[in-house]
Design a protein around this ligand. Sequence first.
Ligand code: 5AD
Ligand code: SF4
Length: 493
Amino acid sequence: MTATPPAAPASKTVYIETVGCQMNVLDSELVIGALKRDGYTLTDDSSSADLMLFNTCSVREHAEDKTFSALGRVAPFKLANPDKVIGVIGCMAQKDGDAIRDRAPYVDLVVGTGQLAKIPELVSIIRATRAPQLAVSLGRKDGDRQQVEMSFESYDPTRDPEMRSTPFQAYVRIQIGCDKFCTYCVVPSTRGPEQSRHPDSILNEVKILVDQGCKEVTLIGQTVNSYVYDHGDGRKTRFSELILRIHDVAGLKRIKFVTNFPKDMTNDLLDAVRDLPKVVKYLHVPLQSGCNDVLSRMKRLYTVEEYWEMLHRSRERIPGVAVSSDFIVGFCGESDASFQKSMDIVDRAKFKNSFIFKYSERPGTKAAERYADDVPDAVKKQRNHDLLMLQNERSLEDSRAMIGQAVEVLVEGPSRQGAKSAPGGIRQLIGRTMTDHIAVFDGPDRLVGEILTVDIAEASGFTLYGAARTGEVIGGDGAAPSRLPRRMGLSLV
Ligand code: 5AD
Ligand code: SF4
């Protein structure tokens, strides 16, 4: 009788849902990369996954509600299969810790933003013992600055190109945390003190990414332009110097960065954006409100006049720069007259686009302690709608102004419409311009991942339509990309 060799153990599967900002998208990519190295494979089938992770956001109540309803939906899976491990990671985990298990007692794992490196080890412990595991960092008042800083580890393990939505674009974290303490915002608590990453380690990561075929990096931080690395020997590396060093990486084609704090928009940075050809001419600089009283209650540290000055200076120094903003409507004490001031500024500022949010009171923030959330929800909704409609009109004007221009586009993949046609032929592709505008045009799949010129013929609110000059690929090597980008299970919910 011949003995049959023992079957190799089936690999475990992990499913992840991500809510929130680019920082969370990057964290999910890195967590999945680490779990893959630990033998997991990524699945988009939540019912059968051995490990289910929810990477969460606390910025607005709505984001938290989404996570709790997702958790409610998976409760039956856990009942049917008690070996399934369910984890809540990221901002909600840091903010609420074990309290998450009061509402969802079947959650096995709670891991905050500063402890993500521990996930593979904690999951193994749960598998072996079935005991719930919690890893969160210190609260901002739970120790001195150094202790709290040390409890939030920047999480930057080896990159895995398989885990990105396209192999030629990647986020790179250059800073964690935030020290601005805007009164409405939970981020300084959920992501801890502001800490800039060592420039050598950032540069190293960019080089690895470029070796992996990456053409565009987006540098991310809560207030990315506040980046400064103190070497501890009297030397400091400023953001503009960091960009200059990254710019020197051969093979890298584009550098983007988000999100900016208006007060830290210094001239050396603006000049770097203007002078360095790989840096996109696009600045996302949230204003939040057009009313000084509101800005002061938000503790945004600038006035509307100072924001205008920054805006003019940016446009003066970087001809053709596109600027976008965020606004919160219905913040505590926002009267009709103060809201009108946000309308006025959107009317005149020529933002490429604005992200508009209804104020959501967040427990533990200064605004929740100090001010009544006194704007009725119906009014917040109406203001959100009004500001968005006005911004949409301005965005349409901004897009239309580009008709007739030849723009340089990095081709990201088939558009939603193009994805319906079979690969291989000519189909509709989508890309981003150097001013972060979305452009669609027809072309063959081999253009994906390439930079080329598109002649813009038409424009709607947020999309430019044009024709690609396919004979020309700017800076390309002419070779077809090794594979088309594909959407991973890292869906942004
Ligand atoms: N309510 C509503 N919007 C908020 N933001 C941050 N905190 C809140 C809150 N409590 C918005 C700001 C910020 C964006 C990322 O989210 O506009 O720029
Ligand atoms: Fe939040 Fe303000 Fe920091 Fe932005 S700058 S993350 S809004 S506290």
